[in-house]
Design a protein around this ligand. Structure first.
Ligand SMILES: [Zn+2]
Length: 376
């Protein structure tokens, strides 16, 4: 899910919203202002209903963000790299670029979101008690929706949080991570089917829009679970490949202390578009591409050093020869200056992994062969 609007970087985590979240917001504001509030506190002006309803919808989305940020912060606290948090039509998604190394970490990251929603729900309900009128009703609604959100997310099917919890428990019990993933995904498929059927029955029975919503969520859940089942074997294969096996060993480097102009003259004779940048002591500094250098105005190229404009970690991933390919796969993005992983051993650059290295590895895997380091 790609964010349409960036919402900032709290605690260094890229937070954004997909345009479809506007639909969710409009729907919730409409539900509150046109049906819930007029029923609970009749006799106020439409303006009061709409203002309170809109604020309620925005606060609900903010509490959704708190749910996702809890996943993200716990993941980061446990040493995992968090790519982004995005809000969209059916809620939020937190993207991690690596998998949890232990069942315990997987469990803690998964449970953090529902725990935050549970706390938020209890907080809103508590705050609603002494308040009369539209504000109290809206706070109580926020409390209950957060509690429902926590409960719904704990349903035991991937990719819901409850599915991840189930996966962590099966993993811990069997010691087999892939089997646990497959079990959680199958459970997610079944759950998606049940929810879609319930939603459709609800829609047909009462004509309620909530039925359509539930059917949509069930359909999406089933599709996501099926996709997880399908990529399982490929992930297993990729998880066994170490970067040391597929990297391009010590390639042409860009000396960080060179001026952009001096390096451009040198790069004209090399055959690459992206280069690892090394410092004077040979330590890797970052990654620079011709596209990144082209952004330096011509009159500044003789006075700007390569290391001042290069992309530095964590924008470009740094890994060791033992790192599994899956750990950097999502982070080699194809954007200029970001499409190279640096492979470092004992503080020195030993190789790089480019999208071409990865494509070659995958194509060889399809052909039944294994990538080997070239003979020298
Ligand atoms: Zn969650």
């Amino acid at each position: 899910m790609h964010a349409t609007f960036p919402l900032g970087r709290p605690a260094g985590i890229r937070v954004g919203a997909h345009w479809s979240v506007l639909l969710t917001m409009a729907l919730l504001a409409w539900l509150l202002s046109r049906s819930l509030l007029p029923d609970a506190v009749p006799g106020r002006s439409p303006l009061v209903y709409w203002a309170t309803g809109t604020v309620g919808a925005v606060v609900f989305l903010a509490s959704l963000l708190v749910h996702e940020l809890s996943h993200a912060l716990v993941a980061r606290h446990r040493g995992l790299t968090v790519e982004s948090v995005t809000l969209w039509l059916f809620g939020g998604s937190t993207e991690l670029t690596e998998e949890a190394p232990t069942p315990r970490t997987a469990f803690t990251v998964a449970i953090a979101g529902p725990a935050a929603s549970l706390l938020a729900g209890a907080g809103f309900l508590g705050a609603s008690l002494p308040l009369p009128g539209a504000t109290g009703v809206t706070l109580a609604w926020l409390g209950w929706t957060n509690l429902v959100l926590a409960a719904f997310n704990l349903l035991p099917g991937a990719p819901l949080d409850g599915g991840r919890v189930l996966q962590a428990l099966v993993w811990r019990r069997t010691g087999d991570k892939r089997r646990a993933q497959a079990a959680a995904a199958r459970s997610g498929q079944a759950l998606g089917l049940v929810l879609a059927a319930l939603g459709l029955a609800w829609l047909l029975w009462s004509g309620s829009f909530a039925g359509l919503w539930l059917a949509g969520i069930g359909w999406f859940l089933g599709l996501s679970a099926r996709a997880e089942l399908a990529v399982g074997p490929a992930r297993e294969l990729l998880g066994r490949i170490r970067l040391g096996e597929i990297m391009t060993p010590v390639p042409v480097t860009a000396p960080g202390w060179f001026t952009v102009q001096a390096f451009v003259d040198q790069a004209a004779a090399a055959r690459f578009r992206t280069y690892p940048v090394v410092g004077f002591d040979g330590r890797p500094v970052g990654v620079v591409s011709l596209a990144l250098l082209a952004r330096v105005p011509e009159q500044e190229r003789a006075a700007t050093r390569v290391e001042d404009v290069c992309a530095r970690p964590p924008v470009c991933p740094v890994a060791t020869p033992e790192t599994p390919l899956t750990a950097v796969l999502g982070r080699i993005g194809g954007r200029p200056g970001q499409d190279l992983a640096l492979v470092v051993a004992d503080g020195a650059l030993v190789g790089v992994v480019s999208p071409a290295d990865i494509a070659r590895t995958l194509e060889l895997a399809v052909l039944g062969a294994k990538a080997r380091r070239p003979a020298r």
